[in-house]
Each structure stands twice: as C-alpha cells, then as structure tokens.
Ligand binder design. Structure first.
Ligand code: ATP
Ligand code: MG
Length: 417
C-alpha cells in the first residue's frame, strides 16, 4: 500500500462511489481518489461526503492506470485519515465560481493554493534558478546588499522613509551604489534582492516592492552587458520549456527561446514612433503608450542603447565623443505584452564628472561622500544593470500584469495580507 497526502479540491458523489479530487502534496497537481463501498469502511464513505474543500487528508491505497482521468491514473483508497479539517472556504479555489481580484487578494493565502497560481509561482522559481545558474556560469559572485540606506541613488521622491532610531533612513530603490562598491572586491557581482519605489503608479508593470537582479562587472563593454542580459532572458526561457505541464495548469504556453536580440538607439526609437504618428521632443522619456508602441515593432527582445544624458541617472557615463548622450541602455521585451525589463550601462568613474552629474540631477554631493571617495582608489571601468524579476517572469509566462508574478503583491492599494 502507498500513502499520499493532499487537499480536498472537490467531491463528486455517485452514491456507492465517491470521487475525491485532491491537490496532491507536494506537486499540487489535481489527482482523483476513488472511494468505493467495500474498499473502505462504511464510516469513511459517509465522512467523505462531509469533507469541505481544503480538508487535508492522508490516503492509503494504490495507484491504478485509467484513461478516464486526464492524468492517466487514479488512486484507489483503502483508508482515509483527516490530517487537518477545513472550514467552508470564503473563495472557490476551483474557479467554478469566479472571485473578483480584490477578494482574491484579501484571501491571497488561500488563492496561492489554486493550481493555477501555484503553477505560476513554481515557474517563477524556475526563472530564479535559471538566472542564478546563468550568472554564475559567467563568473558572477552572488552577494547581498543593504536594504536600509541613508541616501537615494536616483533622487528622493520615490523613497520610502523609515524610522531608524533618531536618524533619517530609507528603503533602497536599488542596490546601485553598493554593488558598484563591490566591483573591486568581487570583479563580477550580482544580487537578487528587494527594491522599493514609493511611486503611486497604478499600472500592469509597477509594484512598490519588487525583486531585482542587480549585476555589476569590471572591464565590460556595452556589448558584453547586452550579451549577458540576453543570456539571462534566453536561459530563463529555455529552462521554462522543461515544464509544459505547469504552463498547461494556468492555460499558458512555454515562451519562445529567441536566437538573437536587436539594438537601436534613442534617436532611432524616436524615428520609429514618428513613423507611427507619435512625436516626442528630443530628450524626453517614453511614456507607457509609447513604450508599448515601440515593443509592438519587435519580435525579439531588443535594447535601446544610448540615451540623452538628462534621462539617465548620474552614475551613467557621459559619452565623451558626444556629451549630449550617456551610456545607458534599456532592455525591452517584444510584442503586445512587451515592456522594459532592465536598465543598465557603463558607469561614470571620474569623481569630478560624477560630482557635476550629481549636481546636474539636483542632488547633494555631500550625501554621496563615501561613493565619490572610492573612485580615487584604483577603480576599474565597469558597468551593470538592474532587471526586475516580476517583469521577466510576467513576460516569459505571458501574464497580463506583474502583480500575478508575485505571491503577495505590494502596490499603492495593496498592503494586506
Ligand atoms: P519604468 O520606466 O518601466 O517605470 P524604471 O526605468 O523606473 O522603470 P529602473 O529604475 O530602470 O526602472 O529599474 C530597473 C528595473 O527594475 C526596471 O527595468 C524594471 O525591470 C524593474 N522595476 C523598476 N521599477 C519597478 C516597479 N515599480 N515595479 C516592478 N519592477 C520595477
Ligand atoms: Mg529604467
């Protein structure tokens, strides 16, 4: 006899035979348990009728092949034990009675048990593993960076202030300054950690807390960085293709594994938009509709390499041949659900230029003393990028919004549970 465990998903009562669909532990795949008079004691047969969905049971019996069930097998029960009972659930996990989004979020701790949500979270795990494996294969050392910081890397408006004893402190917007500081120590470094943005953006691609792959490396060119970022995308897409069954659970399809990427620059992006009747003054940022429009022109992931200097953060290197530009590039996913996946580029390592740039962006050089000092001690040329995990997951899984790529989303409206 074998022993299995699972959560009651639905009970179909056919009198002397009862079919109990369970979500099997630990895969969370829906499987059928057959409870038949004669196979089990009469009390068990009766008890089964009273099982609410989410009752956690342990069943002894054996697997039997059958073509009547989609999984090709069913479990014939001989003994059933309730491990943990359940009350009637406030939302229907089978989805037969649809639940609206805000109620699903209110009961997210139940919602995450749904086979669809569980499949998405498992696939996110596959993405995280693939990213780590790939970056390690490229000689990157994984580390951790501080989340509590004293100064903003990108300006103050998007920072969440926190109470830090009797001082002012913030939650990090990114690991930018600290990952740079580790380059002379680790050569090639990355972290996967949380970033916080106090933006009241209510869009499909903004969270107030998201997780970011923050990578930085010495002696890299823009081309090296593009290859590495594309390598991340490709290896994650490739790894996901090993799990078609998980995609099936939420009605998705494994992503295409692109063979190449394309590169344009900011001015070319303006031209493409102009061709579509959208005029943007030189130097201005693309809004969400423009970004979507641009993405629809591409069938493979692409980079916008080189931006007007006023559009980049102070730590991007100004192009010495044409100082109107800085060496920043964005990586974007193609198509209808395309969006920015990362920003990165080559960093400024001349402390005087950095001081100027900090002032240019309306920030105080005094807040960056330690950062400016470090470039006076044998600092190598270097570059890197920050790539959002929820965005990468949403794009590769074909999810509509990035809130679905995280178990407990944080947005201006969602803070509970
Ligand atoms: P966008 O212009 O799309 O709002 P951004 O340029 O402000 O993004 P960056 O500061 O470049 O974002 O951050 C690096 C990466 O981190 C982004 O490319 C994206 O993948 C991710 N990211 C940034 N902000 C968010 C957010 N609010 N929610 C989820 N991911 C984000
Ligand atoms: Mg960006």
């Amino acid at each position: 006899m074998e022993k299995i465990r699972g959560w009651v998903y639905r009970v179909r009562d056919m009198g002397k035979v009862k079919f109990v669909l369970i979500r099997l532990f630990p895969e969370n795949r829906v499987e059928q348990v057959v409870v038949k008079a004669g196979n089990v004691e009469d009390e068990v047969l009766e008890a089964v009728e009273g099982f609410y969905p989410e009752t956690l049971i342990e069943v002894e019996g054996e697997w039997k092949a059958t073509d009547k069930v989609k999984t090709g097998r069913e479990f014939v029960a001989r003994k059933i034990r309730v491990v943990s009972p359940s009350k009637p659930t406030p939302i229907d996990l089978t989805g037969k009675t649809p639940t609206d989004y805000s109620k699903r979020i209110r009961y997210r701790w139940l919602d995450v048990r749904r086979p669809e949500v569980s499949a998405v979270l498992r696939l996110k795990g596959v993405v995280l593993r693939a990213v780590r494996d790939y970056l390690r294969s490229q000689g990157f050392v994984e580390t951790t960076l501080p989340i509590i910081i004293s100064a903003a890397a990108e300006g103050g408006a998007e920072l969440f202030p926190i109470v830090y004893f009797d001082r002012e402190a913030f939650l990090a917007q990114s690991g930018q300054l600290y990952k740079q500081a580790l380059v002379p120590s680790l050569g090639r470094v990355f972290t996967i950690g949380p970033s916080f943005r106090a933006e009241k953006s209510r869009t499909r691609k903004h969270l107030t807390e998201f997780w970011e792959i923050d990578a930085e490396a010495a002696f890299v060119t823009k081309e090296d960085l593009m290859d590495i970022e594309f390598g991340i995308y490709r290896s994650a897409a490739d790894a996901l293709n090993d799990y078609p069954e998980l995609f099936e659970r939420f009605g998705g399809t494994p992503p295409e594994v692109p063979k190449k990427y394309e590169v344009i620059d900011y001015d070319e992006a303006l031209e493409i938009l102009k061709g579509d009747g959208i005029e943007i003054p030189w130097g201005e940022d693309f809004g969400a509709p423009e970004e979507r429009q641009l993405c629809s022109h591409f069938e493979v992931p692409f980079f916008i390499a080189r931006f007007p200097r006023q559009q980049t953060a102070f730590y991007y290197k100004v192009d010495r041949d044409d100082p109107r530009y800085a060496h920043k590039m964005d990586f974007l996913a193609p198509g209808q659900r395309g969006m920015e996946l990362s920003s990165g580029g080559i960093r400024e390592e001349d402390p005087e230029m950095l001081r100027k740039r900090i002032i240019e962006f309306g920030l105080k050089p005094e807040s960056f003393d330690w950062y400016l000092e470090m470039f006076e001690y044998g600092f190598p040329p270097h570059g890197g990028f920050g790539l959002g995990i929820e965005r990468l997951t949403a794009v590769l899984l074909g999810l509509e919004k990035i809130m679905d790529a995280t178990a407990f989303p944080r947005t201006p409206d969602i803070l509970y549970p």
